[in-house]
Write a new protein. Structure first.
Length: 133
């Protein structure tokens, strides 16, 4: 019986995501701690992102920054950094998230932001339930 309850809960979550995922969008991105387009080694950088997600509770989302060294036309040593939601509650319309980073290396780096479902198994980067900025 417990296996069935878990299965039905997962199916409800999947339906919720499929019904509302298309409405998830990046509303605003603010970066503090950069000078022009340069980041200084050892100086904190904070990224704040506002998301709209009508019909989806914040707990169903995970916001991540993917960072890697930009070399030879591609990315190397990509790392995933999770954002933390700001504020109390579990808003079903919008939320704001924060990530603090202190760069430890110099060089050319690229950053991508993505929203993924928080309670589904890790998705392929090209899966339809991933939103990129």
């Amino acid at each position: 019986a417990d296996d069935h309850a878990a299965l039905f809960a997962r199916l409800r979550l999947r339906r919720l995501l499929e019904e509302h995922w298309w409405k998830v969008e990046f509303v605003d991105v603010r970066i503090e701690g950069i000078e022009g387009d340069r980041v200084r080694v050892g100086r904190p950088v904070e990224i704040r992102v506002s998301l709209a997600h009508p019909g989806l509770p914040r707990r169903e989302l995970a916001l991540q920054a993917l960072m890697g060294r930009a070399d030879h036309g591609g990315l190397e040593r990509v790392q995933t950094h999770p954002f933390e939601p700001l504020g109390a509650g579990d808003g079903e319309e919008a939320s704001t998230w924060k990530l603090g980073i202190v760069p430890a290396q110099s060089g050319a780096f690229a950053v991508g932001l993505r929203v993924v479902p928080s309670r589904l198994p890790a998705a392929d980067p090209l899966h339809p339930l991933v939103k990129w900025l």
